[in-house]
Each structure stands twice: as structure tokens, then as C-alpha cells.
Ligand binder design. Structure first.
Ligand code: PAF
Length: 297
């Protein structure tokens, strides 16, 4: 059985897409679970169906854990259940940004900890409905040595969802690529309160994007993630903003719904990395502060 920690849109997408009877949601400590988690699921082709996913019972023995919590909740959520889990059950982290994944791998170095980077699009227009909004791909790789031998079986298991899943030897590089996009789009959409496509012509974006990309390129080079210069990063950020022009970014959406954003694991992560590498990151710092001023955390 696959146990999923985090019943947000991504967790519900995987739960609805994996074979029926193979998934359960893990209740948070202190949470009194109802019989099951029920919602309507809209597939890519527009068809809708009801989904009911049970809560994991104390007698269930999951052989795979997917963690789909927000980055800022991840450590505490795993702390709450790690003691109850056999040490060799693989844990796959689906968080955005960087920082939370490394913290988990450092906290449990002997466990098989894997990370996933996904471009699947899912949103939750109401508490009891989830839409698979866009087909994407998911890459899975090991963060700890103990995770290496689990990559292929986990990929095979996740592929039973009919979503596209690949093994990735350089998962950190893959997470960095997504971080670049999120760092270059999300804070601008949140501060300007606009869909992704509108940022590229905004004065505020134009004024800061080159310096932001220079900071990120320096951090990547100093972290052994080189290969992209600042103009190439800007081109990629603008291409994704245009390709997802009508989308509301996850950060803007968190802000609009009064939820904490993941800024600490996106531009905030880059600020902390810059401090540890003695690389100044004034634009990342300014964006982090502006988003924090506007959001609940
Ligand atoms: O965080 C998001 O919303 C997405 O990663 C992206 C690429 C910015 C598109 O909306």
C-alpha cells in the first residue's frame, strides 16, 4: 500500500490516479480522521468521478510513502510519523523549492529518502474537488545512499498511475531547474497580484529580472550546478511565464487564499545559500521580504 502524507491538490492527484485500493492518506498527529477522504476528481479529458481514499489504519503496513505537504510543513509532518515506520520504507518528497528535502535527508541519513520533481498540474477549486489541469512529467531520484536501490521500483510503482514517471540520477539538478522557474515567476506574480504571463511586461519585473538571474547563476555555479548563464536563465523564466500565461502561480494562489507561501524554500532558500557561500543576493532578499510583508507567514 502507498501511504500519502499531505491531502492537498498534489496528494489527491496521486491518490486518485494510482490503482484503487492501493493508497491511503496518513492522518496528521492529533487529527481525528473521518472514514475516508472524499472528493470529485476531474481527469485530463474532463471526465469527473467521485474518489474515496481511506485513512491509513494502525494495522496497515505501507511499503511506500509519498510526502506531498507544503515545504514548510514537511519536517514536522514526517517527525510525527517516522517512528511508526519500518526504517526501510522509501519516503518520496514532492516539495517545491529547495531546503526542505535536504533537511529531511540530513535528519534521517540511514533511511531511503527520495525526491520527486513534477510538472503535473493539479488544482483544487473547492475543498471537495480536484482538477488534473495539465499533463506533465515526474522525475524521481535518491537523496540518501539508502534510497538508490529504491529508485527503479518506486518509478515503476508510480507509473501505475498512468502519469509519466522517470528515474533521475541528478535529482538535485532537476530540483534546481524548477527552483529557477519558481524563483523567477512566483514572487513577481504574488507581489504584482497577476497571472504568470503579465509579469514579463511589468516594470517591476523588467527592473529586477537581470540582477535576479545573475544572483541565481552565481549561486548555481558555486553549488556545482553550473552550465546556465544569467541571460539563459532569463530566457527560460520568460518562456515558462508566457507558456503558462493565464495560470495563477502557486504562490499567488496561496496568498489569495490566506495561506502561508513557500517563499522561504524558493527565494528565501537562495538568500540563505548566498549567506553560506558569501554571495550577495539583494534581489532575492528584497523579493522574499516583499512577499513576507504581504502574506501570513
Ligand atoms: O509554482 C507554480 O505555480 C508553477 O511552478 C509555475 C511554473 C510558476 C506555473 O504556474
Amino acid at each position: 500500500m502507498i501511504a500519502i502524507l499531505g491531502a492537498g491538490s498534489l496528494g489527491r492527484l496521486w491518490a486518485a490516479s494510482l490503482p484503487a485500493h492501493d493508497t491511503a492518506f496518513i492522518p496528521r498527529p492529533g487529527q481525528t480522521p473521518t472514514e475516508s477522504v472524499t472528493y470529485r476528481f476531474q481527469a485530463l479529458d474532463g471526465t469527473e468521478r467521485p474518489v474515496a481514499i481511506p485513512w491509513l489504519a494502525s494495522t496497515d503496513r505501507p511499503d511506500l510513502i509519498l510526502v506531498t505537504t507544503k515545504a514548510g510543513d514537511t519536517m514536522q509532518a514526517i517527525e510525527g510519523m517516522a517512528a511508526a515506520l519500518p526504517v526501510m520504507v522509501p519516503i518520496v518528497l514532492f516539495q517545491n523549492g529547495l531546503g526542505s528535502q535536504q533537511a529531511v535527508a540530513e535528519r534521517w541519513p540511514g533511511r531511503p529518502i527520495l525526491a520527486a520533481s513534477t510538472t503535473e498540474g493539479a488544482n483544487r477549486p473547492s475543498p471537495d474537488s480536484v482538477i488534473h489541469a495539465g499533463a506533465g512529467e515526474t522525475w524521481v531520484g535518491a537523496l540518501t545512499d539508502a534510497g538508490q536501490s529504491h529508485v527503479a521500483p518506486v518509478v515503476e510503482r508510480l507509473a501505475t498511475s498512468a502519469m509519466t514517471v522517470h528515474a533521475e540520477h541528478h535529482i538535485l539538478g532537476r530540483l534546481w531547474q524548477k527552483l529557477v522557474i519558481n524563483a523567477g515567476i512566483n514572487p513577481f506574480t504574488a507581489i504584482l497580484d497577476c497571472p504568470n504571463g503579465d509579469i514579463v511586461t511589468a516594470d517591476f519585473f523588467q527592473a529586477h529580472i537581470d540582477d535576479l538571474c545573475t544572483e541565481i547563476a552565481q549561486l548555481m555555479a558555486a553549488s556545482g550546478q553550473g552550465g546556465s548563464d544569467a541571460p539563459a536563465l532569463r530566457t527560460r523564466i520568460e518562456a515558462v511565464a508566457r507558456a503558462t500565461a493565464d495560470n495563477t502561480s502557486s504562490m499567488r494562489s496561496d496568498m489569495l487564499q490566506g495561506r502561508p507561501t513557500e517563499i522561504d524554500y524558493i527565494n528565501g532558500y537562495l538568500v540563505r545559500l548566498g549567506q553560506s557561500l558569501a554571495i550577495p543576493t539583494p534581489v532575492n532578499q528584497m523579493l522574499t521580504e516583499r512577499v513576507k510583508q504581504l502574506s501570513p507567514r
